[in-house]
Design a protein around this ligand. Structure first.
Ligand code: HEC
Length: 467
């Protein structure tokens, strides 16, 4: 009930493409934080003008540098004087086209008027102190406590282990022997990570709850943010990379599934068939389809080329579904899918329907495993498809189970009494399984028997002075 109410309230905001219109000013005083900054995000200004990218050496994610300007040396914002502000010059059309945003949707007349008015009124910063903290390579996030780990992911070759932190993705050596790099971006929370099939790039999705969603594309060798795409006003989930490398798909809390071209950021996929948050996505072996799971309990199949909904892979019988779905992964070489969610039962589905749908059937279901305690938050296949792993959480305790996919027998299970398990991933060599969750420790388990190879905190905890 409460959740439905929240969703209903959020919808009018999400439905409006024009960010300026999202928060009408009551008093006539323009709010930077509520009205101007959302335009800079929606038009992707902050995607290019941030510490990790520095388009034109101009950083718009910090208020002082937003005013100061970039390489031209002219002040971007002169309080009280829109006509002398370089930022206004850059977004005002000349001969029908504005300089900024570079390669994007231009600001509307209404947005331009609003930004000018904000400058006229003195260009005041009303950002709440709690939102003003900025992080970059020189000012990395500090941890007073271990971060909750929502995603751990090995690179395709297995030579890097990426771990989602706070405002960053941490690249670790795959045996836990040391930190390689910190990829620090705008999003407070990173919900999911996906490597490009060739392992040269990494996609991370997340955002800042209630403010913006973001997909980041990083160049791993250069440790450089190639692209930041702001999407909507809330956190983005379940990023995946198509095997042909051409599309990065993800799920949104406005119930849509979307995809972008990772080279340009252009949106190339959009489908609204789900009726609750879309939490995870994966592509078919040949990249022609994307499969999505949602809090609405269903798994859906969408054709990439036409963006059309094809089929429900889960049953459509009323009452047959038991709780929202949270995680999905695909067999490395076959269109078979493992998923998990609120009912705690890992399930394997085939993607292609081989018989006509009859009401009451569940023809795509290949195997339903026994329920684990609580909800399943992470599932993964190993590289040759012979094993699946599922990680779950109940009342602050976690559990990991590994199954053989040839005979569907359980190989082992391991309890994690220190906290719920939110993410699992096999290393390419098949020897280790990385596990992350509530307590912030990355555990590397031996895939043969589940024994602990090692565990480590992916971040350094700042020691506070003893009281
Ligand atoms: C795709 C990346 C990209 C996007 C999106 C983008 N910019 Fe830029 N911006 C640049 C680059 C690169 C430059 C450097 C000049 C150039 O190459 O044209 C620049 C230059 C500027 C400058 C001049 C800075 C100086 O002092 O030299 C301003 C002001 C500016 N951008 C504002 C904006 C605003 C406002 C938006 C959003 C409406 C925006 N930009 C969106 C990439 C981008």
């Amino acid at each position: 009930m409460v959740r439905n109410l929240l969703v209903a309230l959020a919808l009018p905001l999400l439905a409006i493409g024009d960010a300026a219109a999202a928060e009408p000013a009551a008093s006539g005083e323009i709010s930077y934080f509520k009205q101007v900054l959302p335009i800079f995000r929606a038009k992707n200004c902050t995607g290019c003008h941030q510490p990790a990218k520095r388009g034109g050496d101009y950083v718009m994610t910090d208020f002082a540098t937003l005013l100061k300007g970039g390489e031209s040396g002219t002040a971007a914002v002169v309080a009280g004087k829109p006509a002398e502000s370089e930022l206004i010059a850059q977004i005002t059309p000349k001969d029908g086209k504005a300089e900024m945003p570079k390669d994007g949707t231009p600001v509307t007349d209404a947005e331009l008027t609003l930004i000018k008015k904000w400058i006229e009124q003195g260009a005041k910063n009303d950002t709440p102190a709690s939102n003003a903290q900025r992080y970059d390579a020189e000012h990395p996030p500090e941890y007073l406590a271990p971060p909750v780990l929502k995603a751990v992911k090995f690179s395709p070759s297995g030579d890097v282990l990426a771990v989602a932190g706070y405002h960053e993705v941490l690249l670790h050596k795959p045996d836990g022997s040391g930190l390689i790099a910190r990829l620090i971006g705008e999003s407070e929370r990173i919900e999911a990570i996906a490597f490009s099939p060739d392992g040269t790039q990494l996609a991370a999705c997340g955002g800042s709850p209630g403010r913006f969603g973001e997909v980041q594309i990083w160049d791993i060798a250069k440790r450089e943010l190639k692209l930041s795409k702001i999407i909507g006003y809330d956190t983005i989930y379940g990023v995946s990379w198509s095997p042909n490398g051409k599309v990065v798909g993800f799920g949104c809390p406005d119930n849509t599934m979307r995809g972008i071209d990772p080279a340009t950021g252009e949106q190339v996929l959009f489908n609204g068939a789900h009726n609750d948050w879309v939490l995870d996505t994966v592509f078919s072996v040949n990249s022609d389809h994307i499969i999505t799971v949602s809090r609405d309990m269903s798994m859906k199949l969408v054709e990439v080329g036409t963006q059309r909904f094809v089929d429900n892979l889960t049953s459509i019988t009323p009452g047959a579904l038991k709780g929202g779905l949270i995680a999905i992964d695909r067999h490395p070489t076959k269109d078979e899918l493992v998923c998990g969610g609120a009912d705690g039962e890992p399930k394997i589905f085939k993607m292609v329907r081989t018989e006509a749908r009859k009401i009451g059937d569940n023809a795509n279901l290949l195997k339903e495993f026994p329920a684990q305690p609580g909800r399943i938050f992470g599932v993964a296949y190993n590289k040759d498809g012979s094993r699946i792993a599922a990680g779950s959480s109940k009342d602050g305790r976690g559990e990991v189970r590994v199954y053989d996919t040839t005979n569907f027998q359980q190989v082992w299970k391991v309890e994690v009494p220190e906290g719920g398990v939110y993410t699992v991933d096999f290393r390419a060599d098949g020897q280790s399984l990385a596990v992350g969750g509530f307590d912030g420790e990355v555990r590397l388990l031996n895939t043969a028997d589940g024994s602990l190879i090692t565990k480590f905190l992916p971040v350094t905890i700042k020691q506070t002075a003893a009281k």
